[in-house]
Design a protein around this ligand. Structure first.
Ligand SMILES: NC(=O)c1ccc[n+]([C@@H]2O[C@H](COP(=O)([O-])OP(=O)(O)OC[C@H]3O[C@@H](n4cnc5c(N)ncnc54)[C@H](O)[C@@H]3O)[C@@H](O)[C@H]2O)c1
Ligand SMILES: O=P(O)(O)OC[C@H](O)CO
Length: 377
């Protein structure tokens, strides 16, 4: 790792994971004045970023800031850091945190998740996995989300995102570091809604990719996006989120970007499925992380537990499992083929307010438990 030239005055930060999003976020932070050290799994990639200021595999054609350093040694990346940003595939987060934990034992740095998946084996959100593995105060944890296609941001196209933490102070501290002339950050304290927005839009983007691959047009896609937002909101609210969060950057905003863009890996994976490739072929062809593919099953499990209908996500699972012809996905946008269903526009009204009622019941149970429980953030 070379010494940093013209060391900036901002916070010292480490970014764990040097794929397309980790590297782009490192650039956002460095361009905002932070002292950034990237950690890459492969020594050659760390060397390329550190020396050539390029990441040719994940961000071809992008020049990285001169002040950005990189290493493949975790201990070096984490030395005296104020903030740690995590950007590895969601299914590998837990194993990575086990390696981080001893190195962060004497450090109360803020920990920020940049990931948009849930853990397949537990159904936990990334901030919950962080809390468990690092055994740290949730007030130190934040998540970043929004319509954030890495390559567009690496090209410095103007973009907004939201930083969420149970502690508004933490959210603001992270938001101050993660902003610059082309990247603006808002804050909220709805960690559940912010994380689920990012997870769920991936699943709807897979559905959009599927119908695109089949050759259906804009009516089909608009129908899926609109009904998809209803599913996202019902699910998130039933699991403790605020409905407004799903109307914001981490919900609707990200849904639009991911469903519209050929840069989206989830959208691309769906398109291949729609063109007739099997799930195994799609996984083989994907060079980068498409989180939606691993999140479908745990999300549906959580949906069943919280009694939320997710007809679109159910159909994505059936296509992934080879149990539904992609051409058949669109006619099944409702759960009931015989009785016309109400198109409710206020969350929680589709089932007579059931989702809202369950969320209130959970809040009440938690209150009775003295604040302990799953919906703490
Ligand atoms: N790319 C985007 O536009 C974007 C935007 C917002 C959020 N995200 C989220 O960021 C997260 C990371 O995505 P990405 O786009 O950077 O993925 P990517 O596929 O571009 O990069 C993943 C990185 O993780 C590394 N990696 C793979 N397995 C690993 C393991 N077991 N341990 C440690 N490192 C491992 C890879 O070598 C690579 O450097 C995902 O959750 C994704 O949903 C991505
Ligand atoms: O490429 P995707 O599908 O992982 O989407 C990237 C970002 O999440 C868009 O906000």
């Amino acid at each position: 790792m070379t010494p940093k030239r013209g060391v900036p005055a901002g916070p010292r930060v480490a970014v764990i994971g040097a794929g397309s999003w980790g590297t782009t976020f490192g650039k956002i932070l460095a361009d905002g004045g932070a002292q950034v050290t990237m950690w890459a799994r492969r020594a050659e990639l760390a060397h390329e970023i550190d020396e050539a200021k390029r990441n040719s595999r994940y961000l071809p054609g992008i020049n990285l800031p001169r002040t950005m350093a990189a290493t493949h040694e975790l201990a070096i990346a984490l030395q005296d850091v104020d903030q740690v940003y995590l950007s590895v595939p969601s299914q590998s987060l837990r194993e990575n945190l086990k390696a981080l934990r001893p190195l962060l034992a004497d450090n109360d740095a803020k920990i920020v998740s940049l990931m948009k998946g849930v853990e397949r084996t537990t159904g936990l959100r990334m901030s919950q996995v962080i809390e468990q593995e690092l055994r740290c105060d949730p007030d130190r944890i934040a998540v970043a989300s929004g319509p954030n296609l890495a390559l567009e941001i690496a090209r410095e196209q103007p973009t907004a995102a939201v930083i969420s933490s149970r502690s508004r102070e933490t959210a603001e501290e992270v938001a101050r570091a993660a902003r610059n002339s082309y990247f603006r950050t808002f804050v909220n304290t709805d960690v559940i809604g912010t994380e689920f927005g990012g997870v769920l839009k991936n699943l709807i983007a897979v559905a959009i990719g599927i119908v695109d691959g089949v050759g259906y047009g804009e009516n089909t896609k608009a129908s899926i996006i609109t009904r998809g937002l209803v599913e996202m909101t019902d699910f998130a609210v039933a699991n403790g989120a605020h409905p407004e969060t799903l109307q914001g950057l981490a919900g609707l905003g990200d849904l639009i970007a991911t469903c519209q863009s050929p840069l989206s890996r989830n959208n691309t994976a769906g398109r291949l499925l729609g063109q007739g490739y099997s799930f195994q072929d799609v996984v083989k062809q994907m060079q980068q992380t498409a989180e939606g593919l691993a999140s479908v099953a745990p999300v549906l499990q959580l949906a069943r537990e919280s009694e939320v209908d997710m007809p679109i996500v159910e159909q994505v699972k059936m296509v992934l499992d080879g149990k539904m012809n992609p051409r058949d996905i669109a006619p099944h946008l409702t759960t009931d083929d015989d009785t016309p269903q109400g198109e409710r526009t206020n969350h929680g009204q589709a089932d007579g307010g059931g989702a809202l009622r369950r969320a209130l019941q959970r809040a009440f149970d938690q209150f009775r438990n003295g604040g302990r429980g799953a919906g703490r953030d």
